[in-house]
Design a protein around this ligand. Sequence first.
Ligand SMILES: *Cc1c(COP(=O)(O)O)cnc(C)c1O
Length: 348
Amino acid sequence: MLMTPGPTALPPSVREAAGEELLNPDVDPAFADRYDALERKLSTVFGTDDEVVVLGGEGILGLEAAIASTVAPGDRVLCLSNGPYGDGFADFVESYGGEATLVDADYDGPLPVDDLEATLAEESFDLATMVHCETPTGTLNDLDAALDLFDAHDVLTVVDAVSSLGGVPVPTDRIDVALGASQKCFSAPPGLAVCAVSDAAWERIEARDPDSLYTNLLPWHDAEQPYPYTHLSTLVVALDAALDLLLEEGLDAVYDRHREAARVCRERGRELGLEPYPDSERSSPTVTAFSVPGRATELQERLQSDHDVTLSTGLGGLANDVLRVGHMGYNADVERVARTMDALGTAL
Ligand SMILES: *Cc1c(COP(=O)(O)O)cnc(C)c1O
């Protein structure tokens, strides 16, 4: 039972769609229709009229493409961070010649917004980056205060919503480039990065002299057809089937299901003496990182070998200190979470 915070287990209809006969994405009109439909469904999940593009590559491609497309050498970018993905944005910015100012907080604390107003009054920035759900720590960030300030100071925003989109409402209409991926709350196979790009962001992207191609969003905006290269058609068809499930259920019901799965996961954890790593108010409805100092790897191995349940450990400095249960997408299911926690109880 694959209960990692992405990739998740695939629902049966998504597995079937991935096994359909191949459509030639460049030639077959049936594929163009499928892609159109996928873009429309994604707009509904993002909750935006912004143009949506689906890149052929896993989630990281979306993060890199957002920066490669909007950052020119010398541009000033403010990276707000309380986790590994937030920190990582600064590396992307620097690798495309931008000047990153990383404002970072403790990984178990909130996004560092207290001094943001003063910082923005003193210095000007072209772009700001943030992460909605920091999957490695199980933290869902409240972006409102930061988005208000960036809006007031005309700073374009890039938000990694890879592990929240489809499980938690994302404030896409207040974000210039909002990023998601197929293998998290959509429960499709890994391999597609989805981006909602505002008109202001396209203006900036068009005004730049692009020095990248596959990692640039511009060809997706300019192309006569909505995708500039042979698309990953099997993955597109699978993601389309995954979105059908989500939209048939209804987004409000989907969000409720995630909250309920998270509640059950944490309640069962508490009964086992386990607490979430961040303050429980900030724990994401899509993933729980239980604090298990020094024991994460051993517990993960035991769950895998004795119970056939796959969980994730932490990343970086937290590698052996948190054990992560993904309850996103298909796995945001009380019965699957309960089976996982039964196994964890036995392993403990
Ligand atoms: C999963 C994830 C990504 C994408 O990483 P992959 O290597 O595609 O899994 C980016 N950001 C966050 C917050 C994620 O959870």
